[in-house]
Design a protein around this ligand. Structure first.
Ligand SMILES: Cc1ncc(COP(=O)(O)O)c(C=O)c1O
Length: 472
């Protein structure tokens, strides 16, 4: 989108030289940002936040409809978590897990996590981000297959439009060109199968059930083409988040899992967004009937009060690691901040608060109200598909709804809509022309209505603008 006042953003020449905005433009390299456009538009400075609301440095209040980056599950400004962090910093601000050392918060957090996940987890490995968790997943599966004597079984299959992070390995697992182009990714040994999005991938006259069969067959053909003895794992987010909040059709996971079982291929369940109540159950695996072999969690694990991630693996993998590391003299994987006691203490209390306040039940109820409200937009101009589960959803904006005719990416319709929503007082995120919603799980019924009402204002402005611009 061109830098205009209509977008609700100031132009860079409006900032005084000593402002944070001007200093940002001088010093920062922003992640996941159109750098040229940022240089023209300048930053939006967030200053404080409380509950589901966030304020910028101009005093404007926004409902945070994206929970930051899908992460601030229990909302902003929780005093108890601030106290837990301060106490832990005073008591033991840092300790390592290397060479058999340990600390109470991370051990108790591992125990708590194992009791919550819907599969038989044996051991927990801690990191700091979703990306490093998925890097760890790849390394652990390679190590495991080396340890049990099948060194050729190493390839990982991900999906187009999947998002698993940005490091060399997790960025390769990600199936979005923007994260590969000019970065020389993906690396060898990572493959991407068909995205399970019926609305954009389904063929003319193809039923949803036939689509699922085709996508399942694509996966099986890929495995057979590569050689099943070379394929170690399949990685999936239950709902594909950053790829556009894609909800796979009914029976998709059941059919995919049958293929994986046939060829002895692990299922890495990436619950970095879906974990901890987001989709109407505690984990996305429960919402969709997935049987994970291993799991990655991050984001809502600490409600983003501090950075922490975890990889959960079954005991049989751990037993193989123990034997192999004895042979090699060391299990050579780990981060300085694996099991950071302050992050672990905050995450543990965050999970306890979620349980004590029945947050997942609340999120499920709010999710039902939210999904029903959002579906009322079906049939409006530009609204191609409304999709989601629980408190995560997207509205896909298209030139023509049935059959789907998308806008040109250069029209910038999704970007216009999210900027218009921001002007209306709600932060949403456009993923291409899909406008995503993912509010903090503590959102109240009134706030759900406020969020959707504000989106309606942004959508109406977008419908008018698209017509005026000759896009429709
Ligand atoms: C499903 C999923 N996996 C992994 C990641 C990567 O997490 P991080 O940004 O903490 O590295 C993300 C981030 O959005 C994600 O959505």
């Amino acid at each position: 989108m061109q830098p205009t006042k209509q977008s609700g953003l100031a132009l860079h020449n409006e900032f005084s030289a000593d402002s944070i905005e001007a200093k940002d433009l001088q010093h920062m390299l922003h992640p996941s940002t159109n750098l040229k456009q940022h240089g023209e538009l300048g930053p939006k400075v967030h200053e404080r936040a409380e509950g589901v609301y966030i304020w910028d440095n101009q005093g404007n209040q926004y409902l945070e409809g994206m929970a930051g980056l899908w992460c601030t599950a229990i909302g902003y400004g929780n005093e108890e978590l601030a106290d837990v962090a301060a106490q832990q910093m005073r008591k033991l601000s840092y300790s390592q897990l290397f060479a058999g050392r340990t600390n109470e918060p991370s051990v108790l957090l591992a125990e708590k996590l194992k009791s919550m996940v819907p599969f038989d987890a044996g051991r927990v490995f801690f990191g700091s981000s979703g990306s490093d968790a998925n890097d760890t997943q790849m390394k652990l599966i390679w190590y495991y297959n080396n340890a049990i004597g099948r060194p050729q079984k190493k390839k990982i299959i991900s999906r187009k439009r999947g998002y698993h992070g940005v490091t060399v390995a997790s960025g390769s697992l990600t199936g979005l060109p923007a994260f590969h182009n000019a970065f020389d990714l993906p690396i060898a040994g990572v493959l991407h199968t068909t995205s399970p999005h019926y609305y954009s991938e389904g063929r003319d006259g193809e039923s949803e059930a036939a689509f699922v069969d085709r996508v399942t067959n694509d996966l099986e053909q890929m495995i057979l083409h590569e050689g099943p003895e070379t394929v170690a794992a399949f990685i999936a987010e239950p709902i594909l988040g950053a790829g556009g909040v894609i909800v796979p059709p009914e029976n998709y996971y059941q059919k995919i899992q049958a293929v994986l079982e046939k060829y002895d291929i692990f299922f890495i369940d990436d619950e970095v967004i879906c974990g901890f109540g987001r989709t109407g159950s505690a984990f996305g695996a429960e919402t969709f009937g997935i049987k994970p072999t291993t799991m990655s969690v991050a984001k809502a694990l600490s409600s983003a009060y501090l950075p922490i991630s975890a990889v959960l693996i079954p005991e049989f993998m751990y037993e193989a690691f123990a034997a192999k590391s004895d042979e090699l003299g060391n299990f050579g994987h780990g981060f300085t901040y694996s099991g950071h006691p302050v992050c672990a203490a905050v995450a543990l209390r965050n999970l306890e608060i979620m349980q004590e306040t029945n947050l997942f039940e609340h999120a499920k109820k709010m999710g039902e109200i939210f999904q029903a409200r959002l579906r009322q937009f079906v049939g409006q101009p530009l609204v191609g598909e409304v999709r989601g589960a629980g408190l995560i959803a997207a509205v896909e904006l298209v030139k023509q709804t049935q059959p789907r005719v998308p806008f040109q990416p250069s029209d910038g319709v999704g970007a216009f809509c999210s900027a218009a929503c921001q002007d209306a007082g709600v932060i949403l995120r456009n993923l291409g022309d899909s406008v995503a919603f993912c509010p903090p799980l503590i959102i109240s019924e009134d706030q759900v209505h406020e969020m959707v009402d504000k989106f309606a204002v942004g959508l109406a402005k977008t419908q008018f603008w698209a017509k005026q611009s000759g896009f429709t």
